[in-house]
Write a protein that binds this ligand. Structure first.
Ligand code: GLY
Length: 391
């Protein structure tokens, strides 16, 4: 297969991320090569937004490689990413006669990859998972690294994101950039936010060139031009792969922060992502879009983290100013209207941490391409961060 192979080096759990174009139609043999020879079935967990031509190409290739293919479709929303959907998919997998050595294959964005992975982690105490991400965000982040899970709905209507799940590394990831041609521009932009996140931690995690490369190619990236886009995916997958290889299970004591650095923008972002009625504000938004995509919330969360860091004297205001300009060039929002009170957002930021018995931890920038973990940052600085993104 004509693809770049980025390795995720995890000893006996090592695997490849294939980065290329037009790979789905030939993926059957690749899947065959990473599962037990007795494997006879494959179960696809499919994002309802993926064009049927892509599913047909993949299914045909799996059939040619000797798999009997079954599938279930999921409408990918954060509310649907639930225990109820997890159970529905498990029941469908069981009904298909899926065996212990048979792969589950996630085909979709981050929500679908996370659900498919969680099902695979627990069905018959664990079966192989292969991820075929179909959004940019899932290619550069969600499909790589083995984090799987669903959200938990709590009293009062709130959602605790990814509170239930497991680490379950894929056997193979296929990041096929050709499938992105059918993705809505808003979804593409949301994926770019995770790449911007990587650029802000790149020096700390040993990929110091990523930030400069992205700056140099920013206009092409903003237009989703083929050449820069393919290289963007490969470079971001390589960064994610090495962070995961260094700290597979997000050890709180990992030197220099480890995998937790990938949460830059996420503590602020998660707190506003699932609030109903929030309106993103920016040059690509006319006020008619209500609600935030994960990547949009992460972009806003990174901006809030910059202001928080600035307030604590950890970084220069130029870091936040440049981030704002980058988000604007990429068409991502730099503010949000209809946010609830700052106290409520801080309470949301602390909620999942409290549930896990840990302190509020934020990832804050300390320089160009550098971030650090800060425990219990002063509430005034957190509040300043939140207020800086109000539209
Ligand atoms: N998305 C953050 C991580 O995989 O650790």
């Amino acid at each position: 297969m004509n693809a770049e192979r980025v390795g995720v080096e995890l000893g006996e759990r090592s695997y490849s991320v294939l980065v290329g174009r037009g790979m789905l139609a030939g993926l059957g043999q690749e899947v065959r090569s990473v599962v037990d020879a007795r494997s006879s079935r494959a179960f696809l967990v499919v994002d309802s937004g993926v064009p049927s031509s892509q599913i047909d190409a993949l299914s045909g290739s799996l059939a040619d490689a000797g798999f009997v293919v079954s599938s279930v479709s999921i409408e990918p929303t954060e509310r649907v990413k639930s225990i109820a959907t997890y159970e529905r998919v498990l029941c469908a997998v069981a009904s298909s006669g899926h065996g212990r050595v048979d792969p589950v294959i996630g085909v979709g964005g981050g929500i679908v990859c996370d659900i498919a992975g969680f099902v695979a982690s627990s069905y018959r105490r664990g079966v192989p998972i292969v991820q075929c991400p179909t959004t940019l965000l899932a290619m550069v982040d969600a499909s790589v690294g083995g984090k799987t899970g669903v959200n938990l709905a709590i009293e009062g209507g709130g959602l605790l994101k990814n509170l239930v799940g497991a680490f379950h590394q894929p056997r193979l990831v296929c990041a096929d950039a050709a499938v992105l041609s059918s993705l809505e521009p808003r979804q593409m932009r949301a994926g770019l936010a995770e790449c911007v996140k990587h650029a802000h931690i790149c020096a700390t995690v040993g990929h110091p060139d990523l930030g400069g490369w992205m700056k140099e190619h920013l206009d092409g990236i903003a237009r989703f031009d083929g050449g820069p886009l393919d290289e963007l995916i490969a470079r971001n997958v390589a960064l994610k792969a090495s962070v995961v290889a260094g700290d597979e299970f997000e050890d709180p004591g990992a030197p220099a922060g480890g995998r937790m650095l990938l949460n830059f923008g996420h503590t602020f972002g998660h707190a506003i992502e699932t609030i109903d009625g929030v309106v993103p504000v920016g040059r690509c938004y006319d006020g008619s879009v209500v609600g935030l995509l994960h990547g949009e919330a992460v972009g806003l969360g990174m901006l809030a983290a910059c202001r928080c860091a600035e307030n604590l004297g950890l970084c220069d205001p130029s870091i936040g100013e440049r981030l704002k300009a980058t988000l604007d060039t990429l068409g991502l929002p730099a503010r949000a209207a209809n946010l609830p009170g700052t106290g409520e957002i801080i309470a949301r930021m602390g909620h999942d941490k409290k549930a896990m018995g840990s302190t509020l931890r934020v990832i804050l920038p300390t320089g160009e391409g550098r971030c650090a973990i800060v425990e219990d940052a002063a509430p005034g600085a957190i509040a300043a961060g939140i207020d800086s993104i109000r539209g």
